[in-house]
Design a protein around this ligand. Structure first.
Ligand SMILES: [Zn+2]
Length: 124
């Protein structure tokens, strides 16, 4: 019932889906796992507390779990001034780091929420 063929985010506490985000007018990007870069992939899995075997090819992590610095900056001239604009492209070594573990319900997950004791609380 959740899947309508679009991408969805598998991060804990996140329920972003391609179509729902679109419906809500959010500009959320869905990033696929860096399966070809083992070192980076390991950091993604550690951050998401996932086993590699539990991650399907189509799994995505949405842009809400990345910070600005994770994206490739583009230097452009705007109104005569040089500005660095955030692009839609993740840096090759970027890994997700922003999660809301405080959500009582964890998406569509059926397993009980684990205790996340040492996650940094992020300010809203
Ligand atoms: Zn997400």
């Amino acid at each position: 019932m959740r899947r309508r063929g679009g991408h969805f985010c598998i991060a804990p506490g996140c329920s972003n889906e391609f179509y729902r985000a679109k419906d809500e007018g959010k500009s959320v990007r869905f990033h696929s796992f860096p399966f070809k870069r083992q070192a980076v992939l390991r950091r993604w899995l550690a951050a998401l507390k996932r086993e590699r075997s539990s991650v399907r090819r189509g799994a995505r992590v949405c842009s809400e779990h990345f910070v600005n610095e994770d994206y490739v900056g583009e230097r452009v001239i705007e109104s005569g001034a040089l500005v660095v604009r955030r692009t839609k492209k993740l840096k090759t070594e970027a890994a997700p780091s922003v999660f809301d573990f405080s959500s009582p319900k964890v998406g569509c997950s059926t397993r009980p929420a684990q205790t996340f004791m040492n996650t940094k609380s992020h300010l809203q």
